[in-house]
Design a protein around this ligand. Sequence first.
Ligand SMILES: *[C@@H]1O[C@H](CO)[C@@H](O)[C@H](O)[C@H]1NC(C)=O
Ligand SMILES: *[C@@H]1O[C@H](CO)[C@@H](O)[C@H](O)[C@H]1NC(C)=O
Length: 355
Amino acid sequence: MKSFALLAMVLGLAGHVSSGYPFCQGQFAPTPQHCAKFGFEKHPPCIESTNCTTFYDISHLPDQEISAQAAKMAQLITNVFENGNTIMGYAYVHAALRSKMLEPLHGPSFSPLSGYIGFTSGTNDAYTVVQEYNKRTNKNALSKFTAELSRLSNLPFCNSTRASISKLGQPYVDAWVESACTDSVFVQTQLDLGHAMYLRPALKFAAYSGVTSNVGKAIFYDTIIEHGWQYVEPKINIWRILQLTGPRGKDSEQAYLLRFLNMRRSLLCCVPDNVSPSSADRVSDLTDLIATSASWERNKDLSNPVRLAQYGATVKGSENMGYDTKNCKKYKQPKNWHFPKAVDLPIPGTESCHR
Ligand SMILES: *[C@@H]1O[C@H](CO)[C@@H](O)[C@H](O)[C@H]1NC(C)=O
Ligand SMILES: *[C@@H]1O[C@H](CO)[C@@H](O)[C@H](O)[C@H]1NC(C)=O
């Protein structure tokens, strides 16, 4: 998950820089009037954790299923937004560069977003992936970084150096790429964590909100990937968007989803950093999928190819999700490459705190 809160926290001092973003115009322009409700100016968007988890306990929220094909569509759509195309970015490592303004404070630090959904030390999920990988195989290229990932994850949540990889460095990036390109156990670990930490919670938040269509599930999945659902980021997480959107009430599911997407886009445009507003284009693409009754009819089941206009990509649903051919050019796909059986991991935040 992206940790844009960490950026926002410090860049907040600099005021809004997002007025120039093409998808943050008109009703989404980051004017004081539009942005006041998000309260970014008053307090940092993060708080410290008070117990052994950074997640809400969502065990009481209703649950729902998603078909394998719809889950595939949802993951491919978000992969386009995160990694630029429909080749699953298991080996993608993207250095989210901090603003130059931060360098006097923290040095030229950056938080790498790695894997198909941008796992990062900034929000602890990279540490969780590596811990789970260690459990599955005791000889792996990433295990030597476990101690440093643990150290970063134990820093105060509002300390932006937790996203710094100055001590992990290029060797960590190389080990991530090598693992994703040569070991299907690592790719399966990413997928299993992605399901437990993001897909299943997204389905619960959707069920709670009265959202049951496949396109609605995909929209909630994409939102939770970008915004997260940790209580330590109360200003930007999916829960906050749901609160500001208000209940579905008598609205049709389509009308409710459009309200939800508009609120998400407003929020992104108001985050006072220079990363979040630029991602308003993905919300525009999702909105286009359901904006008219014709597009709703066509896309609600995700059974037709989906066009993501701003990203210049079409998701068909027949894509091969098995190997990251784009970021693994240096490697040869191992012979007999196949995934081990998926493991159903628990949704985080639901277990009680035993210290
Ligand atoms: C941890 O604390 C948060 C914030 O108070 C709360 O929402 C969550 O339910 C707590 N989780 C556990 C397992 O105690
Ligand atoms: C963040 O953590 C680092 C490393 O522990 C520490 O040196 C620094 O003072 C902390 N910064 C803040 C603002 O707490």
